[in-house]
Unconditional design. Structure first.
Length: 60
């Protein structure tokens, strides 16, 4: 795991989580904690995809 990749995933996850929460509030009128799940999911998926890309680049 590279810290730079983690920070990129964290920043993207936070932005996605905030956008998710705001859009959910806009459409339903309820403020929930669904953005936390969206943030965690974004970080996990981003880290998995970046690990696969790094392994692919090392094979070349």
């Amino acid at each position: 795991m590279n810290w730079k990749e983690f920070y990129i995933a964290l920043a993207g996850g936070l932005a996605f989580g905030v956008a998710w929460t705001v859009s959910h509030y806009w459409f339903t009128g309820e403020l929930t904690y669904s953005g936390i799940g969206a943030t965690i999911t974004w970080i996990i998926v981003r880290m998995i995809l970046s690990t696969g890309k790094r392994k692919k680049d090392q094979r070349r």
